[in-house]
Ligand binder design. Structure first.
Ligand SMILES: NC(=O)C1=CN([C@@H]2O[C@H](COP(=O)(O)OP(=O)(O)OC[C@H]3O[C@@H](n4cnc5c(N)ncnc54)[C@H](OP(=O)(O)O)[C@@H]3O)[C@@H](O)[C@H]2O)C=CC1
Ligand SMILES: CC(C)(CO)C(=O)C(=O)O
Length: 314
């Protein structure tokens, strides 16, 4: 990282994956203007509009479509879906050096296990993402907020370095000593809101129905029991708290899985509902509701992915 003045370290930053989450963070970093940003994308891009809760803005971005054109950076911000991590390996191979840190802005638990095999000499820095990001039809993204934080980061050297990197973006950061428990708490939100919005093809307003609320609480009880068996520090009333947290999202917000269903893409299912079912199996905790969701989500996701392959081939 090159230092240009006290407290003003200019870094080279590569954002890999400019969807709902990556588009927002790349836009905010670009607007802050403190670092040199490159967007690693699959389709050419030179501008981005961010529909931010405080007003829309437009930023110019340097987009790269060929991993071979990328050089090592100080920070990678990895914002692909969890199941797309392996496909980002060519980017990571070019971007990572010993000085590189990879901030993982993905849902799911165990990001270090997921990204580590592709990180080479770089260090993996986990986060928990709370903001909602929706891709718009044009080159744009909409950011929605819920609760007091946009992003949680571990209270360690790499976490504090990430907080410094994001200074000036306006992202509201929670620095926490127990990010692993927070990741489980976040997973509880995802195994409830994501499947239900994707299966019903309705935005989060559907969670306000009494019958759906009862289903959410049952799914949350089941997943929380798995989380506790997996070592997460989850209180007895965590399911009720998790549901209350979901009520902070505006009813018109979708979820990352709902946006994928709407666009006919495959789902990030194994890192979310699949992770709860797998951890339940490991710890001997039954997960009948999550298993039912998993079968339905995989059926829809596989059909969408196969249709996508056929479209690409034809
Ligand atoms: N959306 C949300 O509200 C939230 C999402 N999250 C999590 O954040 C992560 C990102 O989600 P989200 O932003 O919604 O996902 P999106 O699908 O909107 O964005 C993912 C982006 O990654 C790109 N991508 C995938 N593979 C590659 C690759 N090999 N090289 C370059 N780009 C690639 C996709 O490109 P292309 O456009 O070409 O498909 C897409 O633009 C997920 O883990 C999600 O669960 C967490 C909190 C909220
Ligand atoms: C919590 C929620 C639903 C917020 O968007 C999310 O993480 C997602 O959409 O994947």
């Amino acid at each position: 990282m090159s230092t240009t003045g006290p407290g003003d370290e200019r870094a080279n930053v590569a954002v890999v994956g400019l969807g709902g989450i990556g588009g927002v963070v790349a836009g905010l970093l670009g607007r802050a203007g403190r670092h040199d940003i490159v967007a690693c994308v699959r389709r050419p891009l030179d501008r981005l509009t961010v529909e931010h809760p405080d007003g829309a803005f437009d930023v110019a971005l340097r987009g790269l479509v060929e991993p071979a054109a990328a050089n090592p950076v100080d920070w990678v911000i990895l914002c692909t879906k969890a199941h797309e991590t392996a496909s980002a390996a060519p980017w990571l191979a070019r971007l990572c050096a010993t000085r590189t840190r990879i901030a993982v802005l993905q849902n799911g638990i165990h990001p270090v296990r997921r990204v580590g095999p592709f990180a080479g000499p770089a260090r993996v820095v986990p986060t928990v993402v709370y903001y909602n990001g929706e891709r718009l039809a044009s080159a744009g993204v909409r950011m929605r907020r819920a609760g007091p934080w946009d992003l949680a980061i571990g209270d360690d050297g790499d976490g504090r370095a990430l907080a410094a990197l994001l200074d000036g973006t306006g992202l509201r950061l929670l620095i926490t000593p127990d990010l692993a428990t927070l990741a489980w708490k976040k997973l509880l939100l995802n195994v409830t809101a994501n499947p239900i919005t994707a299966l019903t093809m309705q935005r989060q307003s559907v969670l306000r129905r009494d019958d759906v609320r009862a289903l959410c609480l049952a799914v949350l009880e089941e997943a929380a029991a798995v989380g506790r068996a997996d070592g997460a520090d989850l209180a007895a009333d965590e399911p009720v708290r998790a549901f209350a947290y979901l009520m902070n999202y505006p009813p018109e917000a979708g979820t990352s899985m709902y946006y994928d269903r709407l666009a006919g893409r495959g789902f990030e299912v194994d890192a979310l509902t699949g992770a709860v079912v797998a951890a339940g199996e490991r710890h001997g905790v039954p997960t009948p509701l999550n298993r039912a969701f998993l079968a339905l989500l995989r059926a829809i996701s596989d059909a969408a992915s196969n249709a996508g392959v056929t479209r690409a081939a034809g």
